[in-house]
Design a protein around this ligand. Sequence first.
Ligand SMILES: [Zn+2]
Length: 157
Amino acid sequence: MALRNILTYEEDVLHKVCREVTEFDSKLATLLDDMHETLTESGGVGLAAPQIGILRRVVVAEYDDQYYELINPVIVEKKGSQRVVEGCLSCPGQNCVLTRPQKVTVKAKNRFGEDVKYLFSGFWAKLACHEIDHLDGVLIIDIKEKFYDPKTDKNLK
Ligand SMILES: [Zn+2]
């Protein structure tokens, strides 16, 4: 396994639409393992492949002792809404206020190319949406309602 360099929003690669994964091979397994290691090292909760310069639809996320690998993820259902504060490893120091669904159903593949389906709610719903946005070149600073202000947005964080 190897640590990868996390890119920030100035890089073009973070604003592009990623391609679907078609080969579920050892190269993909290495990418996933590297992403997991890089995420752990970063102290973050989610990492999408374009954040390390790879234009593929691959996401890893880990929070509260749960770890997911999502390949070619698609949000097939959204329910409710929540106003949240989000940060991003690619937008250091820029916390944003935005609105996300309260629950999302995500269909994806696992590292073996098998179909998986997850229902995410609350924190996990916002995390899944954030990471899947990365695969379409969308960053929180593009879709924010505003930057987070701890004085006026006390209840949000
Ligand atoms: Zn991010």
